[in-house]
Design a protein around this ligand. Structure first.
Ligand code: GLU
Length: 321
């Protein structure tokens, strides 16, 4: 394999139907890989067992194909890094945990969410994973073999830099961001942060294009790459799609899923052209398929912050006046 070849990926969690915002992120990730002549990988991040549903596992690839995306590797097409479902990759995550453990960077934690919230003093961290962990179990002797404890990664007390190709350079203080974060949940399942690092490494991903809400996660992931003595991929955190009110599109369930839009008879070309226009890739919305955008794709045109977009009536299914 050509070592320098770009490898991108889209890694949806089958916890809901894909909506407009997911479609735009997937489109950008695909365009980035294809415009660099690279490979595109589909990985299914199905570790949130309480929320994963088979119907989403089926609808997500179907919806992505409908808008003209394809992938060279993935659960349905195979590839050299199979399995592409995180739920089947447990041993690989355990290997990484053991490597971190051998370096003294892992400890067991018996704290409940409530204890952590009570111990954290306001103001809270910047992240959506709750307040930073105050480190209560760092020095507490817990049996490392006990099974119902979470495992935490010991973060360093130095800043971590994420140099993002869209968002620029961001410096995070790991202790304020999250503190020692969970790498294996109480139920024995790898956390998102650990799984994504192991998978992106093993799947030889060179560029991660994903929503800007995950920028703080990149800081934690950077710490794991450093601890594993590996180079991180390049990150491109693309703006989230905002509706007229400036709300994240993801919050508007139902009517704006790709499935609902398709059922209203919207042609995929119209949707793709509109999505490309909302993130600076086209001067005006027009009917195109992703393949038509490859030649002119320039990630420098993607703005770092999302701007609210007015949803046209053909998209929402609202009747005109
Ligand atoms: N599985 C995550 C999601 O659906 C994406 C994680 C990533 O791209 O790193 O939001």
């Amino acid at each position: 394999m050509d070592e320098a070849r770009t490898r991108g990926r889209f890694a949806p969690s089958p916890t809901g139907h894909l909506h407009l915002g997911n479609a735009r992120t997937a489109l950008l990730a695909w365009l980035h890989a294809r415009a660099s002549g690279g490979m595109f990988v589909m990985r299914v991040e199905d570790l949130d067992f309480g929320r994963v549903r088979d119907e989403y596992r089926v609808s997500q690839p179907h919806d992505l194909r409908w808008i003209g995306l394809d992938w060279d590797e993935g659960p349905d097409v195979g590839g050299p890094h199979t399995p592409y479902l995180q739920s089947r990759r447990t041993e690989l995550y355990e290997d990484a945990i053991n490597r971190l453990r051998a370096k003294g960077l892992v400890y067991s934690c018996s704290c409940s969410r409530r204890e952590i919230a009570a111990a954290a003093s306001a103001p809270h961290g910047v992240d959506d994973e709750g307040p930073p962990y105050p480190g209560s179990c760092r020095l507490r002797p817990l049996d490392p073999a006990a099974e119902d404890f979470a495992l935490r990664f010991r973060v360093p007390s130095r800043p971590v830099v994420v140099d993002d190709l869209i968002q620029g350079k961001h410096i995070f203080d790991p202790e304020k961001l999250s503190g020692d974060f969970v790498i294996r949940r109480r139920d024995g399942v790898a956390s998102y942060q650990l799984a994504v690092v192991v998978d992106d490494l093993m799947m030889e991903i060179t560029h991660v294009v994903r929503g800007a809400d995950l920028l703080p996660s990149a800081a934690r992931q950077m710490l794991l790459y450093q601890a594993l003595d590996r180079e991180p991929p390049r990150w491109l955190h693309v703006p989230l799609m905002l509706d007229e009110a400036g709300e994240r599109m993801a919050k508007r369930e139902g009517s704006l899923t790709l499935g609902a839009i398709r059922e209203r008879g919207v042609p995929p070309e119209r949707l793709v052209g509109w999505l490309a226009w909302t993130c600076g890739l086209l001067e005006k919305p027009r009917e195109v398929m992703p393949v038509d955008l490859v030649a002119g794709f320039d990630p420098a045109r993607i703005p770092p912050a999302g701007t609210p977009v007015t949803l046209p009536d053909w998209l929402t299914g609202r009747l005109g006046p």
